[in-house]
Design a protein around this ligand. Sequence first.
Ligand SMILES: NC(=O)c1ccc[n+]([C@@H]2O[C@H](COP(=O)([O-])OP(=O)(O)OC[C@H]3O[C@@H](n4cnc5c(N)ncnc54)[C@H](OP(=O)(O)O)[C@@H]3O)[C@@H](O)[C@H]2O)c1
Length: 322
Amino acid sequence: MRAALYDRHGASAEVLRVEDIETPDPRPGEVRVKIVYSGVNPTDWKSRGGGTPRPIDGFQIPHQDGAGVIDAVGEDVDPARIGQRVWLFLAAAGRRWGTAAEWTVIPAERAVPLPGSTSFELGASLGVPAMTAHRCLFADGPVDGKTILVAGGAGAVGHFAIELAKYAGARVITTVSGPEKAELARKAGADLVVNYREPSASAEISSFGPVDRVIELALGANLQLDLAVLSPGGAVVTYAAEPADPVLPVRACMNANVILRFVLLYGVPVDAMQRAAADITAALTRGALTELPVHTFSLDDIAAAQDAVQNGAVGKVLVAPA
Ligand SMILES: NC(=O)c1ccc[n+]([C@@H]2O[C@H](COP(=O)([O-])OP(=O)(O)OC[C@H]3O[C@@H](n4cnc5c(N)ncnc54)[C@H](OP(=O)(O)O)[C@@H]3O)[C@@H](O)[C@H]2O)c1
């Protein structure tokens, strides 16, 4: 099969190459998936670049996310799954078989049935962003009737956080940096969209009522705003690191009785992962999740695809292996 791969960490153009390698067979408990789209996330360029390095087992095919069709199953997997459309998560976590190839092999539970009404583009956009959004939203309990503030609502995680929160019955406020992203956040269903760069941001959010939970990606930049709008005992759930770690204003956090939680998808408990996958699939079936604008690259342009994500492309970057 044709696969993009690297065998050392470094700049995209220096270490990523496309090769013909042997198509893998699924081992017990695994399925093999013919990839239609591979989804690119910041974690993929950070791992490849060495910023958050992961051990390389001979070679590494990049990308955690993807969508396609199961064409073979290993021992202990129901053969009736052959032919099933699926969306994938954590394909390359502790494994060399990422999705940037014509086929991947993956533990069967990480290949989740994709409803017939859902496009492969949306399926390949879900893994890391939607699973992370789900964990951040629900780790502290249901959100029905609660007010959720999603920082960066036009980002991939932010987008699914808005949609999953609305689907679960929350009121959703989100922040963006300008009109193009505001439009995306409104389309995702946010009840209030606020430009976080405007001095009025805090007052605009507060006028909507106290916030129960913040889904945060820039704790240092936004903590002051978050504490100003949170209800007592509310939670700030952070899923991204900024270039420099913030200094924590402990007294202000105590005054707010705030709960600070941190989420890294790679370490989320298995039962929470399975619940997230099931909830996301149910939301797809109800048409509650939508695509961001998609930018598609060929496998030969994988370096450009990863660079596009690193440079802050608005929407989802996908790679089509075939
Ligand atoms: N912990 C985990 O398991 C996990 C999982 C997924 C992603 N992540 C991390 O989360 C980050 C976002 O990932 P993504 O895929 O959603 O990226 P993305 O699609 O590029 O979205 C990031 C969004 O954040 C916005 N933003 C930046 N600074 C902001 C601020 N101070 N306040 C509000 N919004 C801000 C950006 O827009 P503007 O710059 O225009 O505001 C952009 O829309 C990455 O660092 C990624 O590595 C972590």
